[in-house]
Design a protein around this ligand. Structure first.
Ligand SMILES: Nc1ncnc2c1ncn2[C@@H]1O[C@H](COP(=O)(O)OP(=O)(O)OP(=O)(O)O)[C@@H](O)[C@H]1O
Ligand SMILES: [Mg+2]
Length: 262
């Protein structure tokens, strides 16, 4: 195990009594970028929310450790403090809280009392990260995601990533709705984070993103489990051939989890 490390074993998650994740195994170490791909509704966002500790998602079986500690025992804020980060598929808008205030509070929440980031340091860091992401400086004083376009919200999630410098980040469809320039900018942001103290799980539908962020491993998720893993070439084949060949190979008839309920 190389720190940071997140290790998911035999994870089962249900929501409102419906089993969505059914025995998922995945391990990410520092320095690694993993991509998870899979058809709509197979449980990718459910996995992200469950790992972050969303109260709606019930873990019915399995274990998750974060740097050797039991992640599932931690509250949401403890998970964030420990260094877990989630960029959401649909980021929320929070009126009345500016982007800058939100980021500064978030950074300080992860620090001990008396060791808060100085205002000067914070401003310098925020300026440089916003420049890296080609963001207009007016975004620092706008309310969090309020009125942001789809692409601006995604860019803002990456700003949070760069400011908070988590140990492990889960990026849920960070590329959806991005124009080609924004895609490059967002990729630049993620690549800027690449280092041995950072591990990343990228959930995406498109191989295109992986042209810019080369993953170490690509996993295919179907029916609430990882059914196949490989290198970047796996994403390439999915782009060209879709998911049918995997279903044929594994004898999967339906990729949609909910059909089991019927
Ligand atoms: N709050 C909820 N209530 C009821 N069902 C839910 C809830 N959240 C998720 N589900 C169901 O769980 C299944 C998995 O959803 P999830 O959002 O994890 O899929 P996904 O793999 O992220 O799909 P996409 O690629 O479309 O984002 C879906 O059938 C969805 O309808
Ligand atoms: Mg999703």
């Amino acid at each position: 195990m190389t720190a940071p490390n997140i290790k998911i074993e035999n994870l089962h998650v249900s929501i409102e009594g419906k089993q969505i994740i059914k025995g998922l195994d995945l391990e990410i170490n520092g320095g690694e970028i993993h991509a998870v791909m899979g058809p709509n509704g197979t449980g990718k966002s459910t996995l992200a929310s469950a790992l972050m500790g969303h109260p709606k998602y019930e873990i019915t079986e399995g274990t998750v450790t974060f740097d050797g500690e039991d992640l599932l025992e931690m509250e949401v804020d403890e998970r964030a403090k420990a260094g877990l980060f989630l960029a959401m598929q649909y980021p929320s808008e929070i009126s009345g809280v500016t982007n800058a205030d939100f980021l500064r509070s978030s950074i300080n929440a992860r620090r001990e009392e008396g060791k808060e980031i100085s205002l000067m340091k914070f401003i310098r860091k925020m300026d440089s990260k916003m420049e890296l992401l080609d963001m207009d400086e007016s975004f620092s004083q706008r309310y969090l995601n309020e009125g942001f376009s789809g692409g601006e919200k995604k860019r803002n999630e990456i700003l949070q990533l760069l400011m908070l410098e988590p140990k492990i980040a889960i990026l849920d469809e960070i590329d959806s709705g991005l124009d080609i320039d924004a895609l490059k900018v967002v990729s630049k942001g993620v690549n800027d984070m690449r280092n041995p103290d950072f591990g990343c799980l990228i959930i995406t539908h498109y191989q295109r993103l992986l042209n810019y962020i080369t993953p170490d491993k690509v996993h295919v998720m179907m029916q609430g489990r990882i059914v196949k893993s490989g290198g970047p070439e796996l994403a390439q084949r999915l782009e060209e051939e879709g998911y049918d060949w995997i279903k044929d190979e594994l004898g999967i008839k339906d990729e949609v989890v909910q059909t089991e309920q019927a």
